[in-house]
Design a binder for this molecule. Sequence first.
Ligand code: SF4
Length: 183
Amino acid sequence: MKKNIDINAAYKPDGIEGEGYFLTTLDKVVGLGRKNSLWPLPFATSCCGIEFMATMAAGYDLSRFGSERLSFSPRQADLLMVMGTISKKMGPILRQVYEQMAEPKWVLSVGACACSGGIFDSYSVLQGIDRVIPVDVYVPGCPPRPEQIIEGFMKIQHLVETESLRRRESEEYKKLLGTYGIQ
Ligand code: SF4
């Protein structure tokens, strides 16, 4: 028996359409494409990384969002997902990975440790990755559940979709990177 299955494809951007044509702007089309084909680089150091594994597995299946292709090379990634406790010694390595990623790039900070050092208020732990790299979205929790990671991911998707193509050229963005000493 044939079933009616309601499949939601990617939303069509705003535009003008008629018979046989559809007009929209370039940034909307690029935003739609980028949003649905993010290549994450998982920078997982401890327990939050296990939640990420669950997020990738069949039950939650991040590939539904177009991101089944993980990247373990910064040069082929556009979303840095930092999950776990980051020691101060690891800070420069995280920053190097970020700098090796090509623009445009986004950062998702997953879990209390990555966001603020979490329970490890100690001499050796970085008290938040935003001390070394800019962060776009923070996911709280110790550990956050896969649903929270997906919600954070969807917030990144919203940024990616709505961000101006020229934002990365803007003075504001350059100033932000400048505060981190990144050219
Ligand atoms: S936030 Fe909690 S679960 Fe995540 S890495 Fe830190 S201690 Fe582990």
